[in-house]
Design a binder for this molecule. Sequence first.
Ligand code: AGP
Length: 608
Amino acid sequence: MCGIVGYIGNKQAAPILLDGLGKLEYRGYDSAGMAVFDGQEIRIAKAKGRLKVLYNMTRGGGTMPGTAGIGHTRWATHGEPSDTNAHPHSNEDASIVVVHNGIIENYMKLKKKLEARGYQFHSETDTEVIAQMLDYYYRGNPLEAIMKVMHRMEGSYALGIMFRDHPGEIYAVRKDSPLVVGQSPEGNFIASDVPAILKYTREVYFIENEELVCLKADSLNFYNIDEEELQKEPVTIEWDIHAAEKGGYAYFMMKEMQEQPKAVADTLNPRLKNGGIEIEELGMDEEELRAVEKIFIVACGSAYHTGVTAKYVFEGLARIPVEVDLASEFRYRNPILNKNTLVLIVSQSGETADSLAALRQARALGSRTMGIVNVVGSSIAREADSVLYTWAGPEIAVATTKAYSTQLIALYLLALKFASARGTLRKEELQTMLEDLRQLPEQISLLLSHKEKVQKFANRYLAAEHIFFIGRGIDYAISLEGSLKLKEISYIHSEAYAAGELKHGTISLIEEGRLVVAVLTQPELYKKTISNIVEVKSRGAFVMAVTTAGNTEVEKVADYVIYIPETNPYFTNSLAVIPLQLFGYYVAIGKGLDVDKPRNLAKSVTVE
Ligand code: AGP
């Protein structure tokens, strides 16, 4: 996820662009840049690092005179943070300049075609391909060139574009990435999100998919992909600036929970190609996948919980032994590693000290290593032998939600890749499971739409002191995450137990009215967990069950049931975790706590 801004009017553009980019830093902050037409040329300034680097480099924009410009703050997806990979990108003579938010899924294919026609590239980004494609199609009519490029691109994009021979115009277009247009007496704006322009105007136009806009200093013209002009009505924004940064939500955590369908789709779809799974950055061919004798999944916190889930998925589908370790334990237990083991380090930040230390130890012991990381160019991403990126975009809330969901997707894909390579999964089984994966974003959206129902239930437990989560198999892994979500933001004591463990001690803690959350999404373990529900009920517990639609007999034993849509049992964590995230969120909200910044916690634990 990145942030784009643009301005054309009667004021100097650069200071406005820098101000707007500052309001979008929550969308990406590993590099920034801007381009301004100075009357002759389109001048570009860009740099790795936070926006401040660009600000200082241009002396607050003073070194870039002109009244029309576009800017960008980056969250790297293709190509790690660097001056070269920073936006804007341009064609060879900088007569066409582009800023982009999104992922062009077929950029490598388009890049190869352009290279075959003599085009040269200087960055690793998909965005530079867009600029060069515009150059390839441009014959003097910006709209015509843009529409031709739109027909060739697959994926998501919000673009700001400038053409040197059309100095009084800025163009913008979107598909699946957000874009707003603002108008004011001092000029017109484009932005990825409202906060960037709220200081200058509250009159905005929300651009629909595959709509284009031409901005001039005193006019706006909207078009559809068939070059037909459109009439659009402005919307007046009532939000204050802080609410706007959270997309109108009270907290980043809710905004990020709502972003899960898109984050899951962005992580999944670019890797589903030609009826199979293609992970370009995997760095392992089928023979190397077959040569792996054991996998270690090493992580902390919620990332560790994805590993507990993945153990069942890898062992169940690929029949390969998997050990799951807390990174802080792994590094001190002298693990038995060699060249035939693969150590997977799962980390949103890519900077967690224990996970990074575990990675370094695994490499020192001769194991192959792979990172599953959200932050492109982070330490774990750079030091692992290969990296499988999650494309969740920046995650601001300390309690992870969308990054967690995309880590699960990455692990499912990897497990399916191993299963296919090792011949433990038939083609038709793979196709069925890929279809199940494709359904997940929509199913997650459906579960998020029931948030008020979860909130009503959560409000009954604001004064709870202890809440237990129980499950078997993958349901145990789901319980671990549900329990952590609750305790880290509501400060209520909570534990997750393998349901079969209750009788070995824990059940002594069950008292009258104690809330027990039971997760039942694994068909072959379902009846066993039902009996555990009966056990805790007989000791006075109040049981909330999370189970798959159709399992209505649970209503005979549980006091409150939340149903998740049907999916492959290996993938149920992606769905069952949604009501549990919402439960933790609403208990914390009900207690009046700061959900985004829970006490004593940091977003990335870069110390031991
Ligand atoms: C999860 O909600 C917590 N914020 C925490 O457990 C987190 O998952 C853990 O610190 C690992 O962080 P990482 O994914 O950045 O390595």
